[in-house]
Design a protein around this ligand. Structure first.
Ligand code: NAP
Length: 297
């Protein structure tokens, strides 16, 4: 039985905790409510107490605009805590798996492979890339880059993701919903990520860097259309707009189609199509929002 310590309790950590329990591993989660990644002495104590075989580091400041406005905090949470985690793993003879992002790229290429050159456009991407570099230098360190994560949180907090935002806007407003149609990406259903991640963790030859998402690429407009149509809602309310028309507070990569150059990873991704997961998740979120609205009335 592998001892797995998970930092954070967001979408990815929630799915990983469920899947790791299901597979019979000994899992300990460190939610933000118990350990702030900036409290390094407490982080050291909690990790050392558990003596993990693996530290799966998912906790991060993921709000892109907030990171841009609070660069120091972004570096403390996304970079400095990662250094402490790697130091602890070295002492405890543990392995580290660090979740990173498509935002380490500048979006100028059509497809992004594990070996593609990194060039973050914003503080979030830069702080995550610095964390990556620390993990990559560690000989028992591994990095998974992912994008567009969606899925439940199991810690009682409401998750933040694109599909939940579209569902809320659809139900709470009646007018048009503008969505960019020239920013392309893969989306990642957190249970898909958890399943593929745990599969890879079992392998002797876990690559240093892996690009892992659900299967399929679309523009954000395309993903929104797919979600609304899957729930038989009026997708004509969606208005495709170009990035130039939207004044993003923070620059973002135009094109972040993550793909893999590792045959085993390509085969794993092929087993996890995004479309069905979007349909299933979007339906569930709509039901929840309807129920919440019913309770408020
Ligand atoms: N979400 C995406 O679309 C996406 C895309 C690419 C890569 N990633 C990467 O995937 C990983 C997992 O993200 P996710 O999708 O699960 O995001 P998430 O749902 O936003 O979860 C992030 C977790 O980090 C915690 N956290 C934030 N600040 C913290 C702090 N100062 N101390 C301790 N914990 C803190 C959050 O706690 P609270 O929420 O309770 O504050 C939450 O549990 C991250 O490393 C992220 O960079 C995510």
């Amino acid at each position: 039985m592998t001892r797995i310590l998970l930092t954070g309790s967001g979408m990815v950590a929630s799915a990983l905790a469920s899947e790791a329990h299901r597979r019979g591993h000994n899992v300990q989660a460190l939610p933000h409510s118990e350990v702030d990644m900036r409290d390094l002495p407490l982080l050291r104590r909690r990790v050392t107490e558990f003596r993990p075989d693996w530290i799966v580091h998912t906790a991060a400041l993921t709000k892109v605009d907030y990171c841009q406005e609070n660069p120091r905090e972004a570096v403390e949470v996304n970079t400095a805590a990662t250094k402490t985690i790697v130091d602890l793993a070295q002492q405890l003879m543990a392995r580290v798996l660090y979740f990173s992002t498509d935002y380490v790229f500048d979006g100028s290429q059509h497809l992004w492979y594990e070996s593609s050159p990194t060039q973050p456009l914003n503080i979030y991407g830069a702080s995550k890339l610095e964390g990556e570099i620390i993990v990559r230098k560690f000989f028992r360190g591994h990095v998974i880059r992912t994008s567009g994560v969606f899925g439940e949180r199991l810690d009682g907090k409401t998750e933040r993701n694109f599909f939940r935002a579209i569902a809320s806007r659809y139900l709470e407003t009646e007018g048009p919903i503008s969505v960019v149609n020239d920013q392309h990406t893969a989306v990642s259903y957190a249970p898909h990520l958890a399943n593929m991640t745990l599969q890879l963790m079992l392998e002797q030859q876990f690559p240093k860097i892996v690009h892992l998402t659900s299967k399929g690429f679309e523009s954000w407009y395309g993903w929104a259309k797919l979600a609304l149509e899957s729930a038989c809602l009026d997708s004509d309310r969606l208005v495709p707009v170009s990035c130039e028309k939207v004044s993003f507070r923070t620059p973002r990569p135009r094109n972040s189609r993550l793909t893999s150059e590792i045959p085993e990873v390509i085969s794993l991704i092929a087993l996890h199509p995004a479309r069905q997961a979007v349909e299933q998740y979007f339906g569930k979120v709509l039901n929840e929002l309807h129920e919440e609205a019913g309770i408020r009335e």
